[in-house]
Design a protein around this ligand. Structure first.
Ligand code: NAP
Ligand code: F7E
Length: 321
């Protein structure tokens, strides 16, 4: 039975990846950080099938012990401070988690078992102020937030440990991917949640920032498959994972409100406090390398994604009521 260790197993991607690997017959281990209250909502129904271990990206010794105890064949590093606005408020902490945390894990691999295959969750935020469209593995990085800068470090340290020590280390440059398990502060989930609450009379307005930002949005369930495929390949490499289409925040809101027969213009208000010191205005990825070499392609369209997120929140809000 292959063994996988997932850091960030309580997050959106960790929860999808854990189910994907369990279905593939893996023994799944998850790293969780200590908290005064448990935060296992996203893995509640598979909690008994995952072995959880307490450790923290800030604590090198805890990571060494984690690898000794879980003895993984594959390590998926999903853990990070992943919210871009927080990275402007807490740039140092973001650097510790999202950048240096990657080196701590790679050092733990080098010390405990250099044969462990490593997946790093890199991000389209590294392209930031884009140099070309669509963005591929050769496109230069120009990050626009402390989060993006930290991810650039995480990306290059992964490449460096592959080249320096021969570790099977891959960096997946994933474009935005969403789901009903997306955190409610991210714009897609903020919108789908608001649509459901407005539909059920629990909210009146929705405050948003930059409505003209464009993103290449895919479905998280499709994207975790690409992570696993990278670690099954015959050599380690870096891959862009994206749908190849982009839409604006405005278009997302338009379709989401239309799903319940409403016009977003009657509910959405601009809140200047939600504008970022520097935003990423447009992103669209070219995943042809992943398609060619891994056989990966997305299965969920933008329209299906919006609908499934709104439908899930409608169901949840109705159940709460
Ligand atoms: P998420 O929902 O925010 O989950 C982040 C996870 O990291 C949570 O489980 C969190 O634990 C854990 N974590 C944070 N700091 C930690 C620390 N110091 N020690 C241990 N665990 C820590 O993020 P996601 O959307 O699933 O994304 C997964 C990864 O992919 C992240 O690295 C993100 O930056 C990257 N990424 C995401 C996207 C996307 O569109 N979703 C795109 C590209 C890259 P708690 O539950 O305790 O907070
Ligand atoms: O913002 C605009 C905002 O926070 C998308 C993370 O998973 O994907 C995510 O980062 C866009 C931005 O995601 C609101 O200005 C407008 O242009 O949903 P978001 P993100 O910043 O793209 C990348 C790939 C990651 O790696 C990250 O970890 O939407 N926007 N109004 C808003 N954004 C938010 N959050 N809230 C608003 O009210």
């Amino acid at each position: 039975m292959p063994r996988a260790l997932i850091t960030g197993v309580t997050g959106q991607d960790g929860a999808y990846l854990a189910r994907f690997l369990l279905d593939k017959g893996y023994q799944v281990h998850g790293m969780v950080r200590r908290s005064s209250t448990e935060n296992f909502e996203r893995i509640a129904d598979v909690r008994d099938r995952i072995q959880l271990h307490q450790a923290d990206l800030l604590d090198q010794l805890s990571l060494l012990r984690l690898l000794e105890r879980s003895e993984p064949d594959e390590l998926y590093n999903m853990a990070a401070q992943s919210f871009v606005p927080t990275s402007f408020d807490q740039p140092l902490l973001t650097g510790e988690f999202t950048a240096l945390g990657v080196t701590r894990l790679l050092e733990a691999i080098r010390t405990v078992d250099p044969k462990i295959r490593f997946y790093q969750a890199s991000s389209s935020e590294m392209f930031g102020s884009v140099r070309e469209e669509p963005q591929n593995e050769q496109t230069p990085f120009w990050p626009r937030s402390p989060y993006g800068v930290a991810k650039v470090y995480g990306h290059w340290i992964t490449v460096n440990y592959r080249e320096s020590y021969g570790i099977f280390a891959c960096s997946g440059i994933l474009f935005n991917h969403e789901s009903p398990w997306r955190g409610k502060e991210f714009v897609t989930r903020k919108i789908s949640d608001a649509v459901a609450r407005i539909h059920h009379g629990k909210q009146r307005k929705l405050q948003l920032g930059n409505l003209d930002a464009h993103r290449d949005w895919g479905f998280a369930g499709d994207f975790v498959r690409a992570m696993w495929q990278m670690l099954q390949h015959d050599h380690p490499d870096d891959y862009v994972v994206a749908t190849g289409t982009k839409h604006s925040v405005r278009e997302f809101a338009d379709r989401a409100f239309a799903r319940v027969g409403l016009d977003y213009r009657e509910f959405v208000e601009l809140d200047a406090a939600l504008l970022r010191p520097a935003d990423v205005h447009t992103l669209r990825g070219d995943a042809s390398k992943a398609r060619r070499e891994l056989g990966w392609q997305p299965e969920t369209s933008f329209e299906q994604l919006v609908d499934l997120m709104v439908d899930a929140d409608l169901q949840r809000v109705a159940a709460e009521a």
